[in-house]
Ligand binder design. Structure first.
Ligand code: FDA
Length: 390
């Protein structure tokens, strides 16, 4: 039977980083994964350029039943630490917006850097994991390539998002097996879907993007909103999806810099002969302005002829559009899984299970979910480093 000091399950962001942090003289570290290639999510992240961290990383950028849990790991391994590694590897990067750092080139440079950093550890792909047990001395993992025995076991198999590239609920099963509690999981950073009524507006506008602001359930974001054939997407929708639960209505401000009712009323005096649609088109994409006018029966109407009440109704429609999603696109397209292994059962400094010494959980499988913008990778690096050093 093969014997190692540290066995890491999952060769994604957290698993690869943990292997690099755990390497010490004479220590045998093995990483196993069932996929064909390591770091598949890194490869597809950030539109292929990997938003590898965020300079504004702080515990308040993460959702968790214990909002302070991430503080320890993030304070010991921060965004600047990862940027230093990226610089040392000669990978050029740029800040896109709001502290989000992206590679100038391909995301796979990050995976290459992680693989170089863990030289000395062994990585074995295309290895199915069957069972995990503990015999009182160490862990035994049955795999498609035989049994591996390990003094310490790190579970880094991620969450359930994007099963097509290898995501499974394996980490949650292992946690349950060893008596750790779970916080209910659901798809997050995910497009929202709508019923026919709203789709009548969204569908013809598919591809139209507008800067919008949404405040909901403790989250507040301002960013691009994208109409799709099935509902709404874009960064502001992905962000708010983490704060939305089914059945809730969202209030969307489609023109956050303008009080539309006041602007239209003022416009009536200055350029009253224009149509309502073109007046509205000063603040919104023309197609969206036209669709809203059509919805309210004002396609040809002149601004000058509209009473205050009607302009106020349009203002409310634009500045406070109320929509009730019927659901999300689910794990098929979600960037992350909200919820996961309950942090009450993990040590925040080391990510070790409180009741099972030697067993660690890191990365997305833990109930720590970042906002969109590089926070989730930063959590993967920080939690992996905490476990790797422990
Ligand atoms: P990760 O999912 O990376 O790795 C888990 C590994 O475990 C995988 O290699 C998988 O094959 C393996 N595995 C799973 N089940 C197994 C089993 N049963 N047996 C064996 N192996 C198993 N974040 C961010 O900060 N910036 C960004 O730009 C993006 N962009 C982005 C785009 C898209 C499309 C997605 C889906 C996600 C993002 N993310 C992101 C989120 C980010 O990718 C995610 O938070 C991290 O990859 C999580 O790292 P982990 O190592 O925990 O899981």
């Amino acid at each position: 039977m093969e014997q190692v000091d540290l066995l890491i399950l999952g060769a994604g962001a957290a698993g690869l980083f943990c292997a690099g942090s755990a390497l010490r003289q004479g220590r045998r570290v093995l990483v196993l994964d069932h996929a064909g290639n390591p770091g598949e999510k890194i490869r597809i992240s950030g539109g292929g350029r990997c938003n590898f961290t965020n300079l504004a990383t702080a515990p308040d950028r993460f959702l968790s039943r214990n909002p302070r849990f991430s503080a320890s790991a993030l304070s010991r391994y921060g965004a600047r630490d990862f940027v230093r590694l990226v610089d040392q590897a000669g990978i050029s990067w740029h800040e896109k917006t709001q502290g989000q750092l992206f590679c100038d080139g391909k995301a796979t440079q990050i995976t290459r850097m992680l693989l170089d950093r863990m030289q000395g550890a062994e990585l074995r792909m295309q290895t199915a994991l069957h069972t995990v047990s503990h015999d009182g001395i160490g862990f035994m993992v049955e795999t498609s390539a035989g049994t591996v025995r390990a003094a310490q076991l790190v579970v880094a198999t991620g969450g359930k998002s994007i099963p097509k590239i290898g995501a499974t609920g394996f980490a949650y099963d292992i946690a349950a097996q060893f008596g750790l509690r779970m916080v209910e999981t659901r798809a997050a950073l995910v497009p929202l879907t709508f019923a026919e009524q709203e789709l009548a507006l969204c569908r013809p506008l598919a591809g139209v993007s507008v800067e919008a602001e949404i405040r909901h359930g403790g989250g507040g974001f301002r960013d691009a909103l994208l109409f799709t054939h099935r509902g709404l997407s874009g960064p502001v929708i992905l962000q708010i999806s983490s704060f939305w639960t089914p059945g809730e209505t969202l209030r969307v401000n489609l023109a956050p810099d303008h009080d539309i009712a006041s602007e239209l009323k003022a416009g009536r005096g200055q350029a009253g002969r224009v149509s309502v649609a073109s007046a509205l088109g000063r603040f919104l994409p023309a197609r969206l302005a036209a669709a809203i006018c059509e919805e309210t029966g004002l396609t040809q109407a002149r601004l000058a002829d509209q009473p205050n009440k009607r302009l106020e109704a349009i203002g409310a429609r634009v500045n406070g559009w109320q929509v009730r999603p019927v659901g999300t696109e689910g794990y098929r397209t979600a960037e992350v899984t909200l919820g996961g292994i309950d942090t009450r059962d993990l040590d925040a400094r080391t990510m070790q299970a409180r009741k099972m010494p030697g067993l660690f959980f890191i990365g997305e499988c833990v109930d720590v979910t970042g906002w969109l913008g590089g926070y989730n990778f930063q959590w993967a690096w920080a939690s992996a480093d905490a476990a790797g050093r422990a």
